[in-house]
Design a protein around this ligand. Sequence first.
Ligand code: SF4
Length: 436
Amino acid sequence: MNKVAFYTLGCKLNFAETSTIARTFLENGFSITKFEDKSDVYVINTCTVSQRADKECRKIIRSIIRRSPKAYVIVTGCYAQLRPEEIASIEGVDLVLGTTEKFNIQNYLPNLDKSKSPQIYVSELSENNDFGIAYSGDVDDRTRAFLKVQDGCDFNCSFCTIPLARGDSRSLPIKSVLQQARYLADRGYKEIVLSGVNVGDYGKKDGENLQMLLKSLVQIEGIERIRISSIEPNLLSTDLINFILDNEKLCNHFHVPLQSGSNEILKMMRRRYTAENYQNLINDINRKDPNAAVGADVIVGFPGETEKHFLETYQLLLDLPVSYLHVFTYSERPNTPAAEFENRVEPRIRFERNRKLRLLSKKKKTNFFSKFLNKYVQVLFESNHEDGYIYGFTRNYIRVRTEYSENLVNKIVPVQIISIDDDVCVASLQSEILTV
Ligand code: SF4
């Protein structure tokens, strides 16, 4: 047994955690192969944000068991924490590990046995005081590192299953984040994406906060960009916006979940802001920096969402300077208050609303990209390349493509945007860059 392959579903936090699990395998003499290739062990790090996520997890698990019936199949992550028996009932699964156990995966490997029934190790989250330091990097081909600084959530939004799967909000102290960031800088990483379930809540229980963390992080030499993966609207203060926009190292990219543009629905969702608060926040960012990217999460088809409520959401987003949307179709999650709410929206209507908002997102993105046509932007190119092209991101989260050159990998390079191809901007390079 010396080869392992990974499959990650869900958020950036999950990806960071998979990288950490992968490092434990490397330290124990394993080599990592692609999930599509033959392996001795397959680890699937799951997500349970929606019914669709659960279904996708089961599909991946079944397909790997069909393809490699002799390999060991280990399933962990949020879905494993909440529904271990459901996963273990899939014939061919060998081991199910919960949120706490996943970082000690090596302890369970010696007892893997294909002839026995699946083993389940999932402890109650009340016992879970662990943080589980995690960052992506080293083992996956990235020039941006996703660094986990926070985990869990205390907000209890009525639709959300994450606090059940990940427990209470907790953070990695600033001192430890700085250690991790220095390590990543030494390994050549230029961008850090601060990841967590509720990053804006960072440090609250330890007398620290996100702004304090950012102030320290910008001092680290070698790290040229710091991006916040997502921040709740009620935790994004004017002070914090100003601080981010005033510092070159901090990306002018704000991902701020909206979820609904209707105050009635927001109240039912137990969100902690109104549509007007959200509107003022996004307009404020845009007034201060019209080039800043603003992304929003939206849920359609929440129980009780009428056409009128949906139109309120649609109109709000249409009018706001938002650059892209992540649209989620509401699905009932077991053990959440919203799953018991009346006036469920028909699936057909949920999907139709999703389609309308995805179309709006496409238009928003194209409008945002158009502002930069023929302009020069700074792109951090990643090491991944395909079909002769290399990709990277600007500070304000525009994905850019240009012709591949080894000289571009992990460099921040000025390029001119010449056209838009769906969700990517196409750029041309000044020829001297290629010879540097
Ligand atoms: S803020 Fe709400 S939606 Fe986000 S993780 Fe916490 S409970 Fe879930």
